[in-house]
Design a protein around this ligand. Structure first.
Ligand SMILES: Cc1cc2nc3c(=O)[nH]c(=O)nc-3n(C[C@H](O)[C@H](O)[C@H](O)COP(=O)(O)OP(=O)(O)OC[C@H]3O[C@@H](n4cnc5c(N)ncnc54)[C@H](O)[C@@H]3O)c2cc1C
Length: 470
């Protein structure tokens, strides 16, 4: 294939389709659904990029990956250069290439989207990142910078903490990352299932940070094992990226029945503690008829997991319509392909139990859309007298999470908002000198890339703070 194409030739190339596991087959396994592009497909797709001067895609990316540059290198078949550019801008590209909502970010503003399909930036990010993981000898090795003598503690090893760790280690600061769980990755590890994000990807991305000198201490619950005040004494700066993992309860009758899970517990049992493996001791109730309440990525992950655990009927119960669902479009599409049922405009009223305390059903209220609320989405309104029952044996609550007060309860001086999230300025600085925060603990439940963006910008602020401190 010739290497330099005219804009007309680029426009003539059709967007690549991601090879996927057949839905009939994949509902019986936990292997990745998307299979990744071949090198030939990736190069051809990269050639669709028009290399526009104003680069809207870069502005559409919260961590400002130089997308046209890495695509230009890929279009020429120069994979080491594409990987060098991508890895310099994004600490977790193999993760972002799989789970970022590109359709509302870089791909949404791609000029090709105006006249058809945008360049498949996410697929190409994944391709280059995976190539880099499997060709470590061909990837530009970063030199370890001169140590600055400054020590920074990071609380939480989700995308915010991991990005922060990479950025600070590259500036020569000594970084120690404290994680409450026995494994790193935050939601990437315990929330997002293997069939969307294989855990070996998280392992390799974390190992790359350890190569840069990042120290990781798991099983340390900040607020219990050690307090924020103690970390401030020992370290020159602290970054808090402990996420928002506390489930919001349904507050309806029957919530304490056997067979009711919060999505976090359900997914943690499966993903972190391998309950999907028959040879593993972690118990999980493998319901035959499972209702998952919610319409976000968490709900899609839980309902598709229930199918893979053997449910005959896996049902989403959501109080608005599909148009308002916060889940990624690809996840909704994959869920439908897998036979997930969607009961829309329905809200749970009561979880019904049998005489031994096990779930036997879910009573729901029919809803309709009313006026838009503060978020701009139409408010769901109950239709008086219209209720129905679903026969189910497991109910998973995926309506959302909020800040866990475990850390903040032992740091009374730290300023919080009314929902318990840490308040920061636009650079991630809290009201306590030398304490910064970012990711879901500041924003409430958001996205991987926004958490990473917070980690990246707060790292610049911490670096400036440390230099000023002298
Ligand atoms: C099931 C699920 C699916 C999702 N799917 C997507 C998706 O497809 N795309 C997308 O962009 N976003 C998705 N999200 C949202 C995204 O994962 C989060 O916005 C993101 O992980 C937030 O990153 P974080 O670093 O702020 O926090 P987290 O990822 O929550 O990490 C916080 C870490 O801090 C640790 N921690 C908590 N308290 C303490 C403490 N006291 N001491 C020490 N460590 C502590 C936690 O154990 C955890 O490891 C999903 C979320 C869930 C739950």
């Amino acid at each position: 294939m010739k290497k330099t194409l005219t804009p007309k030739e680029r426009m003539a190339i059709e967007r690549v389709k991601m090879p996927e596991q057949d839905p009939r087959h994949r509902i019986g396994n936990f292997e990745e659904v998307n299979q990744g592009l071949t090198e030939e497909q990736a190069i051809r797709e990269a050639q669709r990029c028009l290399l526009c001067k104003n680069r809207p895609c870069v502005a559409g990316c919260p961590v400002r990956v130089r997308i046209p540059e890495f695509l230009a290198a890929l279009a020429e078949g120069n994979l080491p250069e594409a990987a060098r550019i991508l890895l310099a801008d994004n600490t977790l590209p193999a993760v972002c290439g799989r789970v970022c909502p590109q359709e509302t970010q870089c791909e949404q503003v791609c000029v090709r989207a105006a006249k058809g399909a945008p360049v498949a930036v996410g697929y190409l990010e994944r391709f280059v990142a995976d190539w880099a993981l499997t060709h470590p000898d061909k990837v530009h090795k970063e030199d370890r910078p001169e140590p600055t003598g400054k020590k920074v503690a990071i609380v939480g090893s989700g995308p915010a903490g991991l990005t922060m760790a990479g950025e600070l280690a590259r500036k020569g600061h000594a970084v120690t990352l404290f994680e409450a769980l026995h494994e790193t990755g935050g939601v990437l590890r315990y929330g997002i299932p293997e069939f969307r994000l294989p855990k070996h990807i998280v392992d390799t991305e974390v190992a790359r940070l350890q190569d840069l000198g990042v120290e990781i201490e798991c099983n340390v619950v900040v607020g219990k094992t050690v307090t924020l005040a103690e970390l401030r004494e020992e370290f020159d700066a602290v970054f808090v990226g402990n996420g928002a993992g506390l489930p919001v309860m349904l507050n309806i009758d029957g919530e304490n029945l056997k067979g009711v899970y919060s999505a976090n517990e359900y997914l943690t049992r499966v993903n972190l503690m391998a309950a999907w493996r028959n040879d593993h001791p972690t118990p999980i109730i493998r319901g035959k008829r499972v209702a998952v309440i919610g319409g976000g990525n968490t709900a899609m992950d839980a309902v598709r997991t229930s199918k893979r655990l053997g449910a005959d009927r896996s049902i989403i119960v959501y109080r608005r319509t599909e148009a308002e669902m916060p889940a990624r479009i690809e996840e909704i599409h994959h869920a439908k392909e897998e036979g997930i049922e969607f009961i829309l405009l329905a809200a749970p009223l009561e979880i019904l139990g049998n005489e031994t305390g096990w779930v036997k059903g879910l009573r729901c209220q029919r809803m309709e859309l009313g006026e838009p609320d503060a978020s701009g989405r139409c408010r769901p309104v109950a239709i008086e007298g219209e209720t129905f029952e679903l026969e189910v044996d497991v109910v998973v609550n995926a309506i959302g999470t909020r800040a866990n007060p475990l850390l903040t309860a032992t740091a009374p001086d730290l300023k919080l908002n009314k929902w318990g999230n840490i308040e920061t300025d636009e650079h991630g600085a809290t009201n306590l000198a030398g304490v910064f925060a970012g990711g879901d603990i500041v924003r409430g439940g958001a996205t991987v890339i926004l958490a990473m963006g917070d980690g990246k910008s707060a790292a610049t602020a911490i670096d400036a703070f440390l230099k000023q401190k002298g």
